[in-house]
Design a protein around this ligand. Sequence first.
Ligand SMILES: Cc1cc2nc3c(=O)[nH]c(=O)nc-3n(C[C@H](O)[C@H](O)[C@H](O)COP(=O)(O)OP(=O)(O)OC[C@H]3O[C@@H](n4cnc5c(N)ncnc54)[C@H](O)[C@@H]3O)c2cc1C
Length: 351
Amino acid sequence: MGRTLAVVGGGVIGSMIAWQAARKGWDTTIYERDPAESASWVAGGMLGCMGEARPGEDTALDLARASARRWPDLLTALADPTIVVATDTVLVAADTADAHELATRADYLLSRGLAMKPLRGRDIRSVSPGLGSSVRGGYLAPGEGAVDNRALLRALRTAATQVGVTTRTRHVTDLDDLDADQVVVAAGVGAGRLWPPAAIRAEKGEILRLRRPPTAPPPPDNVIRARWRGRLVYLVPRADGVVVGATQYEVGVETDPEPRAGGVADLLTDAIEVMPGLAEYRVSEVGGGMRPVTPDALPLIGRLDERTVLAAGHGRNGIMLAPITAELVVDHLDDTVDPRWSATLDPRRFT
Ligand SMILES: Cc1cc2nc3c(=O)[nH]c(=O)nc-3n(C[C@H](O)[C@H](O)[C@H](O)COP(=O)(O)OP(=O)(O)OC[C@H]3O[C@@H](n4cnc5c(N)ncnc54)[C@H](O)[C@@H]3O)c2cc1C
């Protein structure tokens, strides 16, 4: 078999695949229509394993843990100190119902061998001093950090170029037009247009970037994930401020990223209650993006035919899942994939 590879999509999934495939000797080209429209560009950058866990979603947790184990080596290889922005996560709650939901999640994680540390009263404020008075309690998820997704994308692009990956600006409409021995479709919510049976829906999310003026309190050192009167809001530190995310609701169409006023209002209200010092920050970006979600909250990773591999549908956790995804895709290309994952993530499982 020849070793030329075309990757459609230059988000975090396509870029990570292209870099890893080229490191394994594939002569790789990325075809990307517009990187600014990718979910990877707007995302918060949390590497959520415990924070994204849902009771019952055991396989999703196993996949996230497998990916979490691969992050340290990848970050060492990328050698860019601006990528990592936090190394721990604090999960907090507002009212009794929120606290109950968090406790249920902590119990579930413990049953799967992952312990979060309970934090109450003074403890929680010593870990994260800027939290507001409505924060009752929470948990520390040690070692669960975050990356600056834009720094990551730039570093991936640089690393890929260094191992020979070429990037072409092109809107791919027919995979047969691509001059390559093998093709990987990593087009996020766009994957369904290239392989229509793909069980991918679009879940919209609004997200804000706030910049800290010199006189305002500093951003948190950790990721703060809040369950806030039934809603979710998270704060992810950046060198110049904080990312506030993110709403989530299905819209069912491929692209409708324009932020809704109501979503933005909810995020600002909740974020300022969680960390009152943010009221002084400047709103430098109001963004929206489309998460590619699947019916079982697991991505679609696997062969469609002898020439084509699909890697899409990473939902809320695609940045986190990029390392394990790239490894599985390269294993599919080389015909060495672990049978457990090839069956579970088979893209045809809903068709
Ligand atoms: C608001 C928000 C916050 C998020 N926060 C987090 C987070 O904190 N942590 C986390 O792990 N995940 C997060 N996610 C989810 C994460 O962003 C996605 O799961 C991930 O980015 C998906 O990556 P991808 O490469 O598959 O898709 P994308 O990043 O969407 O990239 C797909 C690329 O393919 C290109 N493309 C599509 N069709 C074609 C075509 N026909 N021809 C050429 N190019 C094409 C698009 O232009 C796009 O650039 C968030 C998502 C959103 C929306």
